[in-house]
Write a protein of this length. Structure first.
Length: 221
């Protein structure tokens, strides 16, 4: 009889222990940690000591920036891609447009090229004229062309057309794709921007023309 009593008591204690850990009446609690990531794409253009005012530019002549503008990627993302668009405005008269084909520049049309290099290129002496390794192409919005239009086109290699960079192997060649922020790699985050223009042979007015280039930072190419 004593053995049966001990066995019954042990079984009852086990049942109580099971109820204490897994049975009805147990409680739970939790907390939630809220994390909101923040990041941004950024780019800046500086034109220190660069003369961007071409006074008395003759019709049919070609002009270019003597010193570069400097591009700096300021993103907090690990890598950045760039796009470039041009715009021509004037206070009055017939607005000029960009020449879609620089081999045949019509009245009131401006042929414009932009090329980005690394910062080892410090003067226009290394760049030459359109048709060489830098101011490449005659048609806007096409592969391996540096002809500017109002379209917002990708800068460098990557998805889509490769535009606005020097020919591979040329001095200062830079892919301009997946650029790091300056806080991570200052050398890779910087580039030089060069511009070249050919004026039309004819125009309907001599009002000052303002040519604006807009760089937009975004997801890597």
């Amino acid at each position: 009889m004593k053995t049966k009593i001990r066995l019954a008591a042990a079984t009852a204690l086990m049942a109580l222990a099971s109820a204490a850990y897994a049975g009805p009446g147990g409680t739970q609690d939790s907390l939630t940690v809220t994390i909101t990531p923040t990041a941004s794409y950024g780019v800046s253009l500086t034109t220190t000591a660069v003369n961007l005012n071409f006074n008395s530019a003759a019709l049919g002549s070609s002009i270019q920036t003597a010193s570069p503008s400097t591009v700096t990627v300021t993103s907090s993302y690990a890598s950045t891609g760039l796009k470039l668009a041009g715009q021509i405005t004037q206070a009055s008269g017939t607005p000029w447009t960009f020449a879609g084909n620089t081999a045949s520049i019509g009245s009131d049309q401006l042929a414009a090229w932009v090329v980005f290099t690394d910062t080892s290129v410090a003067s226009t002496a290394a760049l030459g004229v359109p048709g060489g390794n830098y101011f490449r192409g005659t048609l806007a919005n096409t592969n391996n062309s540096n002809v500017v239009s109002t379209s917002n086109n990708q800068v460098g290699t990557g998805a889509g057309n490769t535009q606005f960079i020097a020919a591979s192997g040329a001095t200062g060649y830079k892919t301009m794709a997946a650029l790091p922020p300056s806080g991570v790699d200052a050398a890779a985050a910087h580039a030089h921007m060069w511009m070249y223009f050919t004026l039309p042979q004819a125009t309907t007015d001599l009002v000052t023309k303002n040519v604006t280039f807009t760089l937009t930072a975004g997801a890597p190419n």
